[in-house]
Design a protein around this ligand. Sequence first.
Ligand code: NAP
Ligand code: ZN
Ligand code: ZN
Length: 350
Amino acid sequence: MSTKAYAAQSSSSPLGPTTITRREPTPTDVEIDIMYCGVCHSDLHFARNEWGFTNYPVVPGHEILGRVSRVGAKVSRFKVGDLAAVGCLVDSCRTCAHCKGGLEQYCVGTGGPIFTYNGEDKHSGGMTFGGYSEKVVTDEAYTLSVPTNLDPASAAPLLCAGITTYSPLRHWGAGPGKKVGIIGLGGLGHMGVKFARAFGAYTVLFTTSEGKVADGKRLGAHEVVLSRNADEMARHASSFDLIVDTVSADHDIDAYMALLKLDATLAMVGVPPNPQKIAAFSLILPRRNLAGSCIGGIGETQEMLNFCGTHGITCDIEKIRMDEINSAYERMLRSDVKYRFVIDMASFRA
Ligand code: NAP
Ligand code: ZN
Ligand code: ZN
């Protein structure tokens, strides 16, 4: 079926309207009328081929939330009219040890994890297309349920910004008695602050933006550190159990490694296009870990959504029209987003 979408046709062209083909729902598929789609910095990296592996045209968007409009005959968890969501993953091999262990994002089977856009689509033989579109069709097994007490627009970015910070904070044990840092107050960072605080950790935000200090505290940080101020940074030397780094551009990793305790971890989730430098001494003295984390598995994403439902956690968003996407990208590059843009798909249907 033919579906309206917004695509980048090359690394230098702005995004614009196009038409894509979605498959007719198979017996295990759910068709969703997209209401909202969050705008992740990865969308911008992909649209502009900043990581070097974009296939064009690319339809970005992996923070997808909407209403089920059709279901296949074998679908059991969704019915027409339900709220449903799709994050960064739409399929994987389902049989490898990682898939069986709920770590589908690290699938090592044939084809690996299939990402929501710019992934190899098993059904069409072409590429997958993301949520900057009217509709999406996904397998029920990779479709998430959304707690109905959450505002749908503000819940959409949980599907990437939420799970990408929830997962490393859980994995490395953010909780009572732990001092946890979050670097960068953007889409991921503001959810990292909310989750670290909700998990009971002593939460510190590192920001380069003086104008975000008050917001950092309002969002849950016990302390906010201006990372360009060496004296403020030095006060936290060798004191953190965990730091989650959400920065999307070149930055000084050593400056943050120096703030970790013995055996503590800095987990990178941001993906700056260039390789980042690290001094061996940052890891050696004292013994420290540098790690990374990719989104979260399907089960953990559902757990995160349920946690948000129970605790009333959503994202702080600014709604935009579909045709405002190119200026939203420019604002995101200036760190001028509070704290996630969400496309209102009604603006596209109208
Ligand atoms: P975002 O909303 O643009 O936030 C990034 C934040 O990083 C900015 O708000 C800014 O915070 C800080 N920052 C930006 N440029 C900086 C610089 N030159 N030096 C220091 N700080 C800088 O982006 P996002 O959507 O949260 O995504 C962040 C990164 O995570 C992207 O690279 C994205 O591709 C990646 N990502 C990874 C995964 C994963 O699975 N690992 C999932 C989603 C996204 P302040 O103003 O507070 O300094
Ligand atoms: Zn994302
Ligand atoms: Zn697998």
